[in-house]
Ligand binder design. Structure first.
Ligand SMILES: C[S@@+](CC[C@H](N)C(=O)[O-])C[C@H]1O[C@@H](n2cnc3c(N)ncnc32)[C@H](O)[C@@H]1O
Length: 447
């Protein structure tokens, strides 16, 4: 019988998957997690550590491959901690996510009679926001540019990232000599990419402001990449510098940068560098369209958009209903959302509100429908308020199946039923999944 101990190599049969996509094997009373392994496979794995009664291991060899296995296309697979599902066919990835959400719902007793078809789009080159770490090694006099390995702080070089769009400025192997040629080579710590629909912004984070010589070098290189990009019909670039933690970013080039925007519901929504943005533009557009269809807001209705961000849902809602109230904690997004709504003469009231404060909604007049799209932690603090108000329709969008199921359980015990549900593959090649649920108040308690 297999038995774990650190450093030992074992042959394991994978019979399940964790919610974060690792293969699971059992032998006697021992449980093994094997990242990169698929149910049905027999694999050879080396034990690395034991924690919380689980043996964590590294996949060495697939002895009997699953019919769903494909060669991982990215050379940085499993080291970069990002696209951890790329060893599975794309169709199987989506099935896995669908099953996972259904399992979380079942665990919380949330019934769904009929799942909508998953929303999917292009599974590579979709990502419009990413942060790459930069590190200077004095011993090797070289700059590393890449993602942090797994949960560690170690930065390993990435030449290009296949989930980011194609552009000469996103070929990271060309950034290494550029950064190394700067006087401030040891001061740059991060490059953030924001690929909007009208430009790609690159935001360098440095520990101190850069001198003119370094600025000129960077701008001249960016101009070269932009020219190459233009020839291929790609988006223009913007170069920004942030030299203090959380300080204002300064635009190094061009002199008059266009406001970034992305198209939703056929309109350009302004996007500041620090705004939250759904990372997958095509899936987002389909998601917003489905939300509008399911929620079906009418002109005279009052609608709340909770956790509204920069108005991804509330601006389209305000084109359909006369009273939209958007609540969001980040003041900069609230201010720019209010300004854009005013500019477009849309009936939207943007309110800065911390929704982890349980009484925060108390003074607001009840709406006819609510859309909420909280962060991963969910929206436990507003569930009782929503339940008490018996709102006819509640549309919940979530990037965490476990907290979603927990919150739905509260509503279903108070007379709400799930009438539509579906997943959206916002993050292809990763185990992350986005879910949308429409709840309707049924007028009686199901608890
Ligand atoms: C998943 S994002 C959704 C944003 C927007 N609905 C969209 O689709 O772009 C969650 C949003 O909740 C906001 N948020 C986080 N914690 C919050 C809180 N305690 N109160 C209100 N908003 C919060 C974040 O700033 C972020 O904009």
């Amino acid at each position: 019988m297999n038995q774990g101990s650190n450093g030992k190599t074992l042959t394991l049969t994978i019979d399940n998957m964790t919610s974060d996509g690792q293969g699971v094997a059992r032998s006697g009373r021992d449980v093994y997690f094997v990242p990169g392994a698929i149910p049905g496979e027999q694999v050879e794995a080396r034990i690395e550590k034991r924690s919380k009664k689980i043996w964590h291991s590294r996949l060495l060899k697939v002895i009997t491959p699953s019919e769903y296995r494909v060669p991982a296309p990215c050379p940085h697979y499993l080291r970069c901690g990002g696209c951890d599902m790329q060893h599975m066919t794309y169709e199987r990835q989506v099935e896995f996510k669908q099953d996972r959400v259904a399992r979380e719902f079942a665990r919380q007793g949330v019934a769904v009679s009929d799942w909508a078809l998953p929303i999917v789009a292009e599974p590579w080159g979709y990502r419009r926001k990413a942060r790459l770490g930069v590190r200077y090694s004095k011993e090797q006099n070289t700059n590393f540019v890449g993602f942090r390995e797994g949960a560690s702080h170690h930065i390993s070089n990435v030449d290009r990232c296949a989930v980011l769009p194609d552009h000469p400025a996103l070929e990271w192997q060309d950034w290494r000599p550029l950064l190394n040629s700067l006087d401030a080579r040891a001061l740059v710590t991060q490059i953030e990419v924001i690929a909007a629909d009208n430009a790609i912004a690159l935001v360098l984070r440095a520990l101190k402001p850069l001198q003119d010589g370094d600025r000129n070098k960077l701008v001249s290189q960016l101009k070269g990449w932009q020219k190459q990009g233009e020839e291929a019909g790609l988006l223009p670039l913007q170069l920004w510098l942030r030299s203090e933690k959380d300080g204002e970013a300064e635009c190094l080039w061009p002199a008059q940068p266009d406001t970034l925007h992305h198209f939703v519901d056929g309109m350009p929504l302004n996007l500041a560098l620090t705004d939250f943005v759904q990372v997958n533009g095509d899936v987002n557009r389909a998601m917003v369209a489905q939300a509008l269809e399911w929620l079906a807001p009418t002109e005279d209705e009052r609608i709340w958009d909770l956790f509204a961000g920069h108005g991804n849902f509330s601006m389209p809602l305000a084109r359909r209903s006369k009273h939209v109230v958007a609540l969001e904690v980040q003041n900069s997004m609230v201010t720019s959302l209010a300004a854009q709504a005013e500019q477009l003469a849309l009936p939207l009231q943007a309110v800065c509100a911390d929704l982890s404060d349980e009484g925060r909604l108390a003074h607001l007049e009840s709406p006819n429908a609510i859309l909420l799209d909280p962060p991963r932690a969910g929206a436990a603090e507003v569930m009782q308020d929503i339940a008490r108000r018996r709102i006819p329709r509640v549309l919940y969008v979530s990037c965490d199946a476990a907290t979603l199921a927990r919150d739905l359980n509260v509503l279903s015990q108070q007379g709400y039923a799930v009438t539509k549900a579906g997943i959206m593959d916002m993050f292809p090649q990763t185990h992350h999944v986005e879910t949308m649920v429409l709840l309707e108040y049924q007028g009686k308690s199901h608890g």
